[in-house]
Design a protein around this ligand. Structure first.
Ligand code: 5GP
Ligand code: ZN
Length: 114
């Protein structure tokens, strides 16, 4: 845990945030600035700065996050589909330096992104 990291603080409960899911290793909560009717962030409790920083051997948490995304998409009724986004680094548009997966759904999403 990194003291001043926003998502570490949310994972620790230091910033009041309604959790949609909490397990031993991850939390999920609504994005504060939703880009779609459903916009959820799934975040490992461990501070990992980005996807580029994931180490060999951490495939377990990546798998857990993907299964959580699947379950959240089902729970939210995203039968027509959804998108999972992992912005990484400056060119990837990452603004919070703690690994997070966006789950977007509830409307038709355009492609390609900007
Ligand atoms: P990124 O741009 O790094 O891929 O995504 C960061 C996301 O975190 C953005 O979509 C932004 O709206 C969201 N976010 C930033 N601060 C907060 C916050 O305090 N609470 C919540 N729930 N989401 C936040
Ligand atoms: Zn963190």
């Amino acid at each position: 845990m990194v003291p001043d990291c926003l998502f570490c603080k949310i994972a620790r409960g230091e910033i009041p945030t309604e959790l949609l899911l909490e397990t031993e290793n991850l939390v999920a909560f609504n994005d504060i600035n939703p880009e779609a009717p459903t916009h959820i962030l799934v975040v490992p409790k461990k501070h990992i700065p980005s996807l580029a920083h994931v180490e060999d051997g951490e495939q377990g948490i990546l798998g857990e996050i993907l299964l959580a995304l699947r379950d959240l998409a089902e729970k939210k009724g995203l039968k027509q589909g959804f998108r999972v986004v992992v912005n990484t680094g400056t060119h990837g548009g990452q603004s919070v330096g703690h690994l997070h997966f966006h789950l977007l759904g509830g409307r038709s999403l355009r492609w390609p992104p900007g």
